[in-house]
Every structure is written in C-alpha cells, then in structure tokens.
Design a protein around this ligand. Structure first.
Ligand SMILES: Nc1ncnc2c1ncn2[C@@H]1O[C@H](COP(=O)(O)OP(=O)(O)OP(=O)(O)O)[C@@H](O)[C@H]1O
Ligand SMILES: [Mg+2]
Length: 345
C-alpha cells in the first residue's frame, strides 16, 4: 500500500510501537507518551497492575502471581490484546476521551522496513482496537529520516541508520523513497545480551538485566575506543554459589564482547552501499550516515562506524524519538512541500 502525505495529514494520532519503548504523538498536543513497552499482569485475576516505567521496574522482582509481559517483540506486536490494554493505560483517560470525540478517528503507525503482512496486520488491529477507523502505515526509516530533519524529499542521497532494540535498519533515501535498505536483526537487546553472556563466561557472574545500562555508562567515557578507564567495578551473583559478588572487569574485554554483535550491522551497511547506485554513493561521501534510535547512544558505536566506513557519522539530536517526531511532523503538515512522492509503507 502506498500512502500520501494527504492521508497522513488527516490522522489524529501516531504510534511507534517499539520492542523497547512505545511512543504516541497526538496532533496538536505533541509527544504525549514515551514509556517502556511493558505491562505487569496479575495472573490470578487477569488485571493489569502497571504499565510503562512502573512495570519495567518490576522486571525480575515479582512474586509468582505477577507476570511482566512485553507485547511487542522483535519489532512486531505479538500480543494484540495486551498491546491495546497497555496503550489505553499509557494514553490515560483524558487523552483517550479527547481522541474518542473525533468523528472518524484516524491513526498513523510506523512499521519496520520489510515487515511481513502479518506484522502489519497486527499493528493495524492494535490501533483499530483503540477506536481508529483507519490506520495508515509509514516505514520507520522514512518517519525517522523526517524526524531528524534529513532532506529526504530532494533528489540527493541521505543515509539513515535506525538503531532500535530488536533490529537495526539501514537505508539510502532519495526523493522521499527508499532506494536500498537492509534490516539486520541485531539491536540494543543483542548488545545487552552479549555483555551478560561475556560476564557469565569470563567471570562466572550473573548480571541483573537492569545493571547492564550502568555498566555501559561506565564504559561511556571510553566507549568502544581504546582510551579511558582500564577497569570498572560491578555487582552481580556468582553463577556457582548463587551469592552476591563484586568484581572488577576489564573494559577492553567488555568492548570486545559488544563489538561481536555489531559486526553484522557493519556487514549490513556494506550491503546497502554496494546495492546503491554510484551517483547516490558519491553524495553520501560528504553527507555521511545519520544515526537515530535509542541504541545510537551506545557509547562508541558512532566511532566504530566511522572507522569501518570512513564516512562522516552523525547522531541525531534526540535519536530515540525521531520516528515518533517524524510521524508527528507529517500529521501536522510540518514537512517540506517538495515531498509529494508516495511514502512507501
Ligand atoms: N544511553 C544509551 N546507551 C546505550 N543504549 C541505549 C541508551 N538509551 C537507549 N539504549 C538502547 O536503545 C534501545 C531502545 O531504543 P529504541 O527506543 O529506539 O527502541 P525501540 O524503538 O523500542 O525498538 P525497535 O525499533 O527495535 O522496535 C534499547 O535496547 C536500549 O538498551
Ligand atoms: Mg523503534
């Protein structure tokens, strides 16, 4: 299906349902929701106990009758009913009432590049359950490129890399459309997993999932570059004895563990560039790559890309919300009038 800007301008709200975070942009009100895509459910009564930040904080800390669920996995809505309940709670009563007053509620949503028809259907069903009479789908790559202000509509190449939790999507865009693109199933989650596995194998330490971020921040001074602190202290549980233990880990070894999953991302970038017409590649030599998505903030990721490609690499100003802001800009009509080409969805 192709959608035009006109379709999008008629939408009342836009949703970016991500594997890690859910964002909702309401026309006229801006970004009203930016919360983890998590819900906590009472398994005895089926009642929803918490959503978003509160539910995320419960992960791994719940008694047996509370289950923490993620209705979006791998970039696809896997539990439509739970996703609807989560969205309703995240939106809150006031916002939902305001949306329900619209005579023919229309919604926009972004879908990952190359999403299969079932995944698209699941996104549409989720929003129809929220009361939308019509749902317009936009490719995440286009939404994110608009959100970070790339001149997507012009007849020149822009390269965007959306670094999400479940996947990394890379594309060359020109004249409002995708010229070549790749979706690599490696994102922030795979990086976190690599760190946890490394500590388990090298130090026999189980790291709570919620401690991965502080460890990344400890690395951030040095990032993936060979300068900075040589070691950092972390707390976890001994794999064998089960007792709490603190160790000093060598930052260089953690950096190596992070690099492994990122190699397939570099391969994906190479493939996109090889498939791209030479005229557009020439544009990219000075324009470079723009990184968006939460994992673009992974310390040193940009530098790794710079070394591997030899191209300039920029991180967007607010990388994590670019896709939602891009959808918002399309809803509000705040977009270059030149962009009249149908948006591939
Ligand atoms: N400061 C940071 N440093 C490193 N990683 C980060 C940082 N902030 C967020 N992330 C990572 O970014 C990811 C979330 O990014 P984002 O919000 O773009 O994902 P998403 O849109 O929910 O996922 P997807 O688009 O893959 O469905 C998480 O895996 C998180 O670990
Ligand atoms: Mg995303």
């Amino acid at each position: 299906m192709t959608v035009s800007l006109e379709h999008l301008r008629r939408c009342h709200f836009a949703v970016d349902l991500g594997a890690a975070r859910t964002r909702v942009y309401v026309k006229g009100a801006g970004l009203v929701v930016d919360q983890p895509s998590v819900a906590a459910v009472n398994t005895r009564s089926g009642a929803l106990i918490a959503v978003g930040e509160f539910a995320e904080r419960m992960t791994g800390r719940t008694p047996g009758y509370i289950r923490v669920v993620r209705p979006v996995s791998g970039g696809t809505v896997v539990d439509i009913e739970m996703a609807q309940r989560m969205l309703r709670h995240l939106l809150g009563d006031r916002c939902r009432r305001a949306l329900r007053r619209k005579p023919r509620l229309r919604a926009a949503a972004c879908t990952p590049y190359d999403a299969d028809p079932l995944a698209r259907r699941a996104t549409i069903e989720t929003l129809v359950g929220l009361g939308a009479r019509k749902v317009v789908l936009v490719d995440t790559l286009i939404a994110a490129a608009v959100g970070c202000g790339l001149p997507v509509a012009r007849p020149e190449a822009s390269m965007i890399m959306v670094c999400g939790a479940a996947a990394t999507q890379v594309a060359v865009l020109s004249l409002g459309s995708i010229v070549t693109a790749e979706r690599i199933p490696v994102g922030g989650e795979a990086v976190d997993h690599a760190i946890v596995q490394h500590l388990r194998h090298a130090h026999r330490l189980m790291l709570p999932t919620q401690s991965v971020r502080p460890l990344q921040l400890a690395l951030s001074g040095a990032g993936l570059t060979p300068h900075g602190p040589k070691s950092t202290e972390i707390h976890g549980r001994d794999v064998v004895t089960g007792l709490p233990r603190s160790i000093r880990v060598d930052t260089a070894s953690v950096r190596d563990a992070i690099r492994t999953p990122l190699t397939s991302v570099l391969d994906g970038i190479g493939k996109v560039l090889r498939d791209c017409p030479p005229d557009l590649v020439a544009d990219l030599a000075d324009r470079g790559i723009t990184m968006v998505g939460g994992s673009a903030l992974l310390p040193g990721f940009d530098q790794l890309l710079r070394q591997a490609t030899g191209m300039p690499v920029h991180i967007a100003e607010r990388p994590d919300v670019c896709a939602a802001e891009g959808l918002g800009a399309m809803l509000e009509g705040r977009i270059e009038p030149l962009l009249l080409a149908p948006l591939a969805a």
